[in-house]
Design a protein around this ligand. Sequence first.
Ligand code: LLP
Length: 422
Amino acid sequence: MSGGASFSHFSRRDGELYIEQVALNALANQFGTPCYVYSAAVLRDNFDAYSRALQGRDHLICYAVKACSNIAILQLLARRGAGFDIVSVGELERVLLAGGDPAKVVFSGVAKTASEMRRALDVGIHCFNVESAAELEVLAEVAAAAGQRAAVSLRVNPDVDAGTHPYISTGLKENKFGVAIEQAEAIYQRAAALPSIEVVGVDCHIGSQLTDATPLLDALERLLALVDRLDELGIPLQHIDLGGGLGVRYRDEQPPTADAYLSQVLQRLEGRPQRLVLEPGRSIVANSAVLLTETIYLKQSGDKHFAIVDAAMNDMLRPSLYQAWMALENTSASDAPERLYDVVGPVCETGDWLAKERPLRLRSGDRLAMFSAGAYGFTMASNYNSRTRAAEILVDGEQVQLIRERETLADLTRGEHLLDSV
Ligand code: LLP
């Protein structure tokens, strides 16, 4: 990547890095750093790739809100017909604020509380992705008390190895998610017998950043075998939800395109009446955004060169948490000598780094763009070290919109109280 941006809708003009028609340096001057900058064109392209691939097949694309939950981005996707996969009532309220259709919402997560269930029933979500027998019982009670029937899909754990980072692999027996596929039939039978529950589907999500479709297709085979067994038991299902998980290119990975992946899925679904539901997150948003940061100091320690920048692990946790490699480039051409830099932030932790041993030409004051920052970037940000969270900006062609203001120092202590005087 040091040769120049090769992510679509990012380009170099006279050495300056652009997102769509706007120079990133101009945005850094206007809004300050660190900030996340998203491309509307990439978001549309990525969502449309899913839609196009599923044309002619009954389907619902439920964008996984956890990947990037800014309400303007949810709004953009909702306008293109997206449904949403949520994991908390907080995400549900975001979807509603963004004008998302509650009838296209699926609610995942291992620990839904009764009050979250009540709110979701109240607004009429599409279905609850139930993750345990205990959750099913609570949901049945909550729905009965509200005089409603809750639509339910059981999240099964197909026990396939997604072959990805252990922290983002979810489909193995040892993971906390879903119910073991061998237990599923018994739980479905119980669900079918509960008057306040309507069984509508089955779902799984085996992991994230999958660069090979094989585990996803293996999971689908196991789901289909379960669907057949349930049919025989007189429990027909209306939909099959394959979750998210399709990987993206951060460096040199070559994940299948949505089209290539889905054509294989559709082949296996041929002749089946069920609607296909998907929950993509990363593959819609990751490559839509950069995290812009400014170099504060350059520092040499022995043979080691550090670029100390104004973004930190509290802004972008992926490198610290998963040792993730994310592309970094100077936003301007530079004649500074090329050195191997560790790019680190201001947070007081050795684990606070954004990149290691990257060839860069840098002077203090230079801005760096970290690519592929749209997924699990801002949503995993925190206020650690009492740092304000970054601004978020959406670019659409030549248009620029601030979609989240940078937090202020006053925001940092909002809701805190000094001790009553004694
Ligand atoms: N559905 C469910 C039930 C999920 O748990 C997830 C992600 C998705 C859908 C969306 O998966 P995607 O299409 O984005 O792979 N923070 C990590 C990723 C955690 C993924 C959690 N679940 C990272 O930065 O790599």
